[in-house]
Write a protein that binds this ligand. Structure first.
Ligand SMILES: Nc1ncnc2c1ncn2[C@@H]1O[C@H](COP(=O)(O)OP(=O)(O)OP(=O)(O)O)[C@@H](O)[C@H]1O
Ligand SMILES: [Mg+2]
Length: 262
């Protein structure tokens, strides 16, 4: 079986600063991953490699295949990936405050930050948007504007935007930041439902966000992947203590993870 993500020896630099060092990562169909690491360890930079928003440093010999291909039309690639990030949410707040919930979801068809005059949608596309909004429990706010939404409501609209074209992988970068306990619990349940039909890549520094459907983990440390593989083998107290530079104890109960830090 061919991996959907196949990275070997990837370095990524922002100008003179190298943020990722020799990344090796293979993700196969049917796997759900969590990528954990401390602030600044390189998680969001890794995500930008998935979406071709960043490219590997060409000074190093590397391999970078996504769905088996080295070269992608960015628009085609974005159709296969559903990405939810706070960056995207912030961009909508800043640049499209008057877009409605329905506009945000429909904008997924054009990978745009809202709907523009030259955009048109078929009856099928609008029907799919309504279905996605129903699934995410946001149909009742379809006419609400971005500037009038709570963080949790806009997060669901962004999720709708990334699910509308039925992507193969759903990638979430700290999806519950800024959500209250109810919105957080509901959103995690939604991720759980989505994981039944798509591969999930969840980026977080909070082990309590890890749903039982997650099968694999990668721990990042200072721009490297410190440990990766089956979640039970990777998510140990020793490994977490090393990557978070603290005395961490992790336990598992009912499929959920709990961590304490001394
Ligand atoms: N646009 C940029 N220009 C320069 N340096 C950057 C840029 N974006 C990130 N970095 C640096 O790259 C490193 C990795 O950042 P990244 O955002 O990938 O970390 P992260 O693991 O996602 O952190 P967090 O948990 O805080 O979101 C950090 O040292 C950061 O300062
Ligand atoms: Mg980040």
């Amino acid at each position: 079986m061919e991996p959907i993500i196949d990275f070997e020896n990837i370095y990524v630099s922002y100008g003179q600063y190298t943020a990722l060092h020799g990344i090796n990562l293979k993700i196969f169909p049917g796997e759900n991953w969590v990528i954990l690491g401390a602030n600044g360890s390189g998680k969001s930079t890794l995500l930008k490699l998935f979406s071709n928003d960043l490219y590997p440093n060409a000074s190093y010999t590397f391999q970078k295949k996504i769905f088996g291909k080295e070269r992608w039309d960015i628009f085609e690639l974005k159709k296969l990936l559903g990405i939810v990030t706070n960056d995207l949410q912030n961009k909508f707040e800043q640049r499209s405050p008057l877009a409605t919930a329905l506009d945000v979801v429909l904008s997924g068809y054009h990978s745009s930050l809202g709907i523009f005059k030259h955009h048109s949608f078929s009856g099928e596309e609008i029907k799919a948007a309504y279905q996605t909004m129903e699934f995410l429990n946001i149909l009742q706010i379809k006419n609400k504007k971005v500037c009038e939404m709570s963080t949790g409501q806009l997060r669901r609209c962004i999720a709708g935007r990334s699910l509308i074209h039925n992507p193969h992988i759903f990638v979430l970068d700290e999806p519950t930041s800024g959500l209250d306990i109810k919105a957080r619990t509901d959103f995690i349940k939604t991720i759980q439902k989505i994981s039944k039909t798509k591969s999930i890549i969840l980026i977080t520094h909070d082990v309590s966000e890890i749903i039982p459907e997650i099968s694999h983990a990668a721990l990042m440390l200072n721009g490297t992947i410190y440990s990766s593989g089956k979640i039970d083998e990777v998510l140990t107290s020793g490994n977490l203590s090393r990557v978070f530079n603290a005395n961490i104890k992790i336990s598992r109960s009912d499929g959920k993870y709990f961590a304490t830090c001394e």
